[in-house]
Write a protein that binds this ligand. Structure first.
Ligand code: EPU
Length: 339
């Protein structure tokens, strides 16, 4: 492994490094281009008594203005095929790779398995942290292993799926925020490819002659494009609220009043309600408050209307939570991390 020189940039601008386009600067910035720079950077931060935080693609964060420390961006690159067997392949990508580019690359290799996860913003390193998911699939389904730096033990560690303790939009990396820096990810993609077409909008592809992963990927990108605003033109952080998983008793008033409300029974007897539906039914789709708003296209997406800061975003989120709570008695929880 090559060790590249650790370079700190003063007064590092983060405005273009978060998809909500919140204005934020960091006293110092660092681009991490090799895994062994990570322990070196933690040692340096400790020596200088500076707080250190890690940023991936900035697509799931709400940055609270200026940071008096070091913000390091994981910028490692590289993708490779580790195992190419008759019944599966194992592919690996560095944490700094763009997730969507990694998906496209696997599809180009003829490998199916993550085509349903195309178009999700962010980096490979962030994908397992919140166990990204869409269209009936999630990273945990095809996870093989990952390597992360443990900032407490100061060692590199390999994690199995069990170690990661994946759950809906959750993992040990999210629960123990700040402890680990994910450095590379391996996925195990089964052969032969079996399309996952359970989700509405994909089901119609079933039975289509010559169906391949790229056709499913194209459909997913089309569905996303039709429904979710693009952060490049309408700054946002994807789904801003998690779909609440509640007990049957908690869901009862909602389902009694709206028998057709979307709900997805879980293995543990609880049910998952749709936050987007709850917000829309609360009359908040397209709602605006100061410089932040709820997308007119998808009620789960909070958008920066121009010049918003973390306070605008938080105030809007509080209003949404209070309104949904009052209307339905259901508590919503934010998906992005407030840094
Ligand atoms: N709905 C509404 N109003 C809306 C939006 C949705 O009533 O404005 C209803 C829809 O009618 C549908 C239900 O809510 O019955 C579910 O909506 P959708 O299919 O759009 O999915 P979602 O549950 O809102 C989840 C993920 C998305 C992912 C989609 C597609 C979460 C929090 N969000 O959204 O992930 O793309 O499914 O699979 O799990 C993300 O995490 O950033 C993200 C975009």
């Amino acid at each position: 492994m090559t060790t590249s020189y650790l370079n700190l940039t003063p007064d590092f601008d983060l405005s273009g490094r978060n998809t909500l386009a919140l204005k934020a600067r960091s006293r110092w910035g660092a681009m991490l281009e090799a895994d062994d720079q990570v322990p070196a950077l933690f040692a340096l931060a400790q020596d200088r008594g500076l707080p250190l935080r890690i940023l991936g693609g900035g697509s799931n964060v709400v940055l609270a203005g200026d940071f008096d420390g070091i913000t390091a961006v994981v910028a490692t690159t590289g993708r490779k095929i580790i195992v190419d067997a008759t019944d599966h392949v194992v592919v690996e990508a560095a944490a700094g790779e763009t997730w969507h580019d990694f998906v496209v690359w696997t599809v180009e290799q003829g490998f199916g398995g993550i085509e349903n996860l195309a178009g999700i913003p962010g980096t490979v390193g962030a994908a397992p942290v919140q166990n990204i998911g869409a269209y009936g699939a999630e990273v945990a389904d095809v996870f093989d292993s990952l390597v992360a730096f443990d900032t407490v033990q100061k060692t590199f560690r390999t994690f199995t799926a069990e170690d990661c303790a994946f759950a809906y939009r959750d993992s040990v990396f999210k629960r123990d925020a700040g402890r680990y820096v994910v450095l590379s990810l391996r996925l195990r993609l089964p052969r032969p490819w079996k399309p996952n077409l359970r989700f509405a909008g994909l089901a119609e592809l079933a039975g289509q002659a010559g169906l391949d992963p790229s056709m499913v990927m194209d459909r997913v990108l089309h569905l996303r494009g039709a429904k979710l605003p693009d952060w490049r033109t309408t700054p946002n952080a994807g789904s801003f609220f998690q779909n609440p998983i509640v007990t049957i008793d908690e869901a009862a008033p909602v389902l009694a009043a709206f028998p057709t409300a979307p709900n997805f029974p879980q293995a543990d007897g609880r049910t998952k309600l749709s936050a987007g539906w709850l917000i829309e039914q609360s009359g908040l789709k397209g709602f605006r408050m100061g410089r932040a708003g709820i997308s007119e296209r998808h009620a789960l997406v909070v958008i920066n209307l121009g010049g918003a800061d973390a306070h605008d975003i938080a105030a809007l989120a509080e209003h949404v939570k209070a309104t949904v709570k009052e209307r339905f008695g259901i508590a919503l929880h934010e998906e992005p991390v407030f840094l």
